[in-house]
Design a protein around this ligand. Sequence first.
Ligand SMILES: NC(=O)c1ccc[n+]([C@@H]2O[C@H](COP(=O)([O-])OP(=O)(O)OC[C@H]3O[C@@H](n4cnc5c(N)ncnc54)[C@H](O)[C@@H]3O)[C@@H](O)[C@H]2O)c1
Length: 273
Amino acid sequence: MLEGKTYLITGIADEHSLAMYTAREIIKNGGKVVCTGLGVSKHHSDLSDKAKAFLNQNYEDFKQSVQKELGDSHTAILDVTIDANIESFAQELADKNIKLDGFLHAIAMDKTIRKKEVKPLIDVTLQEFCDTMDVSAYSLISVTRHLIEKNVLQKGASICSLSYIAAAKVTFHPYRNISIAKAALERITVELADELGRKHQMRCNAVRFSPFMGSKAGNATLRPEDVETSNRMSPLGNARPEDLAFEIVHLFRPESRITGEIRHVDGGYHITG
Ligand SMILES: NC(=O)c1ccc[n+]([C@@H]2O[C@H](COP(=O)([O-])OP(=O)(O)OC[C@H]3O[C@@H](n4cnc5c(N)ncnc54)[C@H](O)[C@@H]3O)[C@@H](O)[C@H]2O)c1
């Protein structure tokens, strides 16, 4: 189905990342992947020793899991908060003549959730608000722009991002700050679908997925009872990461005319929750 196609997969932290499930499914369907992980790039400056150690460990885990799960797929460092890093990454792909048929945005960060405790929205600072927006929403625009400017993202490409029902509703697990960023991510998806569809025949969709504790982000934020609650409330039970990967590959199919959709892969939670 994806024979001869190449997709950028962002947001792999390790083999349990939702993005990794998608990368595996792309390869299973005959496609190729380019993977990016968070690490120390030449554009980082003034990092504390602690931050440097964290980023180095993150990149090591990323590289090892890509090697183990995806063989010799192309890997690169990408920190979406640094515009110069996004630009040089896009330039690197252009220099290597790597053309992309789409990409998965699977990036989110919210420092107002700590040890599964969510800071009340009323206490969220402007800096915390903007940092979460930057990483989790605006990055969809900036990564897309640089890939188009360097002529890496091809006409007809398909872009997909990962969202959550909390973008629209207060749920059993109120996420507050990140929910607002997810709402922005979804709105960006719709606006880009219109702009890029008309200009480049590109598609842009988002998928709201069930709570999943297997990944680092999921494990840091969710409690087992949250996952049980949504499992009980979903007619089909919680969707699995494999279900998500299957749907993303469907949205990546070159012949599809689906765009501007906010899809649910959540076992039907959205009709009851
Ligand atoms: N786990 C869930 O329950 C769930 C449910 C619905 C949607 N999602 C979304 O799926 C996506 C992937 O999350 P996951 O659950 O696989 O967790 P994960 O921890 O495996 O992935 C999150 C990724 O974001 C990356 N990231 C954070 N800051 C970054 C930055 N500045 N630059 C580049 N990358 C950065 C991390 O390195 C990590 O790879 C996120 O957008 C998340 O909100 C998760």
